[in-house]
Design a binder for this molecule. Structure first.
Ligand code: DC
Length: 236
């Protein structure tokens, strides 16, 4: 078995950023599973914080109220790509964080600097724990720019608004899935909010590799990212 010092030298930290519907989660999980790395879904952490605020009667449109409450919930993220669990105060939050109510409030909550400070610290401690084993794939909006600026590999995924809306609709069920136009509008609105906020907005790091996934299959995107990680490892 690898000892800690050897693992730390060979561990790889991969940051995958981009807007919603670009295939970030599917790609990140598959790359982590294929390479035997841990996986962290940072969007789930912002969603879990938002769900806690709503469940505890905090007005999510009031940044001061959100800031005051930001340190209260205890968020615990699993890092197994086969089972990306998340709990809040010990309660399984994986289902509730995907509701439309949470999705429409998450940009406002994640724009509050106190929320970002709490969650960024959590993300850094999870990444640093993973660095003493094989490494981790961390997916989000500001991972390459702010959370882990020294990541070994940085990827920025993009896709046309049409492709993103079609993919997101495919993930939704029933009535919500039928309305691709509404999904497209909601996506564009959320990305605009995430890109224009003051504190660590959605942005491509200068040293990130941009991959446009519009005309690629998921398999092709995964292969591209795995190749980039393997090239990086071979350089060492
Ligand atoms: O990836 P997702 O759609 O589950 O993310 C939900 C929201 O969380 C997204 O609209 C913006 C926010 N987010 C963020 O601000 N920073 C991150 N690193 C990840 C997500």
């Amino acid at each position: 078995m690898e000892n800690g010092a050897t693992a730390a030298r060979t561990a790889v930290i991969v940051a995958i950023d981009g807007p919603s519907g670009t295939g970030k989660s599917s790609t990140s999980r598959a790359v982590a599973a294929q390479l035997g790395l841990s996986y962290l879904d940072t969007g789930a952490q912002y969603r879990a914080m938002t769900w806690w605020m709503i469940s505890n009667g905090v007005d999510v449109r009031d940044p001061a109220a959100v800031a005051t409450a930001a340190g209260k919930p205890v968020l615990v993220s699993g890092t197994d790509p086969a089972d990306p669990a998340i709990t809040v105060d010990g309660v399984d939050a994986a289902g509730p964080i995907r509701t439309r109510e949470v999705t429409s409030a998450v940009s406002a909550v994640s724009a509050v600097p106190e929320v970002r400070a709490v969650i960024t610290e959590l993300q850094r401690s999870i990444a640093s724990a993973a660095a003493s084993s094989r490494g981790i794939v961390v997916e989000g909006r500001d991972i390459g720019t702010t959370v882990l600026p020294d990541a070994d590999v940085k990827i920025f995924l993009t896709a046309s608004p049409e492709a993103r809306a079609a993919r997101r609709s495919g993930e939704l069920k029933g009535k919500e899935a039928a309305d691709v136009a509404a999904t497209r509008e909601a996506l564009i609105k959320r990305d605009a909010a995430d890109s224009s906020r003051k504190t660590s907005p959605l942005a491509k790091a200068d040293d990130a590799v941009e991959v446009d996934t519009t005309d690629l299959t998921l398999r092709q995107v995964i292969d591209r990212v795995v190749t980039l990680v393997e090239e990086k490892r071979a350089e060492r």
